[in-house]
Design a protein around this ligand. Structure first.
Ligand code: TGC
Ligand code: FAD
Length: 383
């Protein structure tokens, strides 16, 4: 399938399940998502029209319940992110962070109430961990839950929350008696407000919001029973970060393929295609090599996850390395497209600006290098 980018014949290792998922997600992306992206990028809106098709793929239930083989899940993320990081992000938040949190940390009643509408996309969810003053260090969060006679009262603020204005349910992380706990907050409840963050030059096709919770009252049954520390939130992030390591391979591939086509078609100097110049071929070779390296890292993470051996620092390596490399590939492609590279006609510029967000969220490059640093030295160096 990846005729130009499968330099190490990885495709030969994919099972029939993997091939089927690549084909079905790619078909969906090509026919239902890509035709909409330019206009939504200009308008700064999330393409709601793509949701029925995404629901039909049946991916979200499979992601949340881990019934999908980890490599198949990764390949699905890769194919979704060919369309854009915002599309993969929507699926990551809904499947891994919201449904995943309910599946991993929720009660049977919470699973019954929320998983079916979230899986079919009748309900959208969001995951509220970050606060204005606590991004990389969520353990300092100020959002508080206090016990009441009927349940809990929550006060606080969250920011940069994906799917925030469209969500019907928010997974809210708040301190209860000094410890981080998780709560399922229906967004229609009194005292809850979501405000769209406008004027973004990255993630324009994503719904990003600030959440305000003022004396929000929820019943006892809304507390996630198994979410009793920051570690619970980080467990959900492991799954989403794994998906990002795979997803950004798709963004890099999309940039490479669009640029390669352009370079072969565009004549310059004595009517020769740009692709005939040595400097250009050097950059194509460098990018194909980096993308191959990213694929190998993701594939190995998938193998470890399948065997139940995947460790958080290995996920950090994949998230950090692949985001950095994808961004470098996108930047190189932008350069090789010349002036055309800054125009909406090409998708490279959108991938480039969106990858800046992906480098930052779910743990910045520094944070993942610090996680690896702690693993390598035994010395935590966050402070
Ligand atoms: P620390 O003391 O190291 O850990 C607290 C507890 O958590 C455990 N733990 C983990 N458990 C599972 N998986 C992991 N990856 C874990 N990392 C740590 C740890 O063992 C400990 O357990 P226990 O039993 O001792 O309590 O915590 P710390 O406060 O020192 O923080 C460590 C640090 C900096 C690595 C962590 O805070 C971190 O990862 N910060 C980055 C914040 C972040 O990633 N935020 C993401 C917000 S969500 C988002 O961005 C969604 S984007 C939308 C989209 O994906 O599209
Ligand atoms: P800061 O933590 O202030 O970091 C700023 C800079 O300082 C970075 O370069 C960082 O690496 C560096 N830095 C921080 N600490 C250290 C240190 N100890 N040593 C060295 N360098 C350090 N969050 C959610 O909870 N849910 C979501 O759905 C969500 N979606 C998002 C969508 C978008 C579009 C964006 C941009 C963000 C989203 N986030 C979400 C928030 C995201 O997780 C945070 O932005 C991220 O964790 C970084 O936090 P911060 O922005 O506060 O940066």
């Amino acid at each position: 399938m990846e005729t130009h980018l499968d330099l190490l014949d990885l495709e030969a290792d994919w099972t029939d399940e993997h091939k089927d998922i690549i084909l079905s997600v790619r078909r969906y992306v090509d026919t239902e998502v890509m035709p909409l992206m330019r206009n939504h990028q200009r308008a700064g809106t999330f393409p709601q029209e793509i949701l029925p098709g995404l629901a039909k793929l049946g991916l979200l239930d499979a992601i949340a319940t881990s019934s999908l083989d980890p490599t198949a899940y990764g390949l699905a993320m890769r194919e979704l992110e060919r369309a854009g990081s915002t599309i993969r992000s929507f699926a990551s938040v809904q499947g891994s962070l919201v449904m995943g949190a309910i599946e991993l940390l929720g009660s049977d009643a919470q699973k019954e109430e929320w998983l079916p509408p979230l899986g079919s996309l009748e309900a959208i969810g969001c995951f509220g961990l970050t606060e204005p003053d606590f991004g990389s260090n969520p353990s300092g969060m100020r959002t508080r839950a206090e016990k009441t006679s009927k349940g809990f009262r929550i006060n606080g603020q969250k920011c940069w929350i994906t799917n925030g204005t469209t969500a019907k349910v928010a997974v809210i992380w708040a301190k209860l008696e000094g410890k981080v706990n998780g709560f399922l907050v229906p967004t229609s409840v009194a005292g809850f407000e979501a405000r769209e963050i406008k004027d973004k030059w990255s993630f324009r096709t994503s719904d990003t919001a600030e959440l305000f919770l003022q004396d929000v009252e929820i019943p006892d049954s809304a507390k996630l029973p198994k979410a009793t520390s920051l570690g619970s939130a980080l467990k959900c992030l492991n799954q989403a970060r794994y998906g990002i390591a795979w997803g950004v391979v798709g963004a890099a591939m999309a940039c490479f393929e669009e640029t390669r086509r352009y370079l072969i078609e565009r004549p310059q100097f004595k009517d020769q295609p740009l692709a005939s110049h040595q400097l250009i071929q050097n950059k194509l070779a460098w990018m194909a090599t980096e993308i191959t390296g990213m694929q190998l890292v993701s594939k190995r993470l998938g193998e470890l996850k399948t065997r139940g051996r995947l460790q958080p620092q290995q996920v950090s390596l994949g998230k950090m390395n692949n985001c950095r490399k994808a961004l470098e590939v996108a930047r190189t492609c932008r350069d090789l497209l010349g002036a055309a590279g800054i125009h909406h006609e090409y998708h490279v510029g959108r991938h480039l600006t969106d990858l800046e967000t992906v480098l930052t969220y779910e743990g910045t490059e520094h944070i993942h290098s610090l996680i690896l640093g702690e693993h390598l030295t035994g010395i935590p160096a966050y402070c």
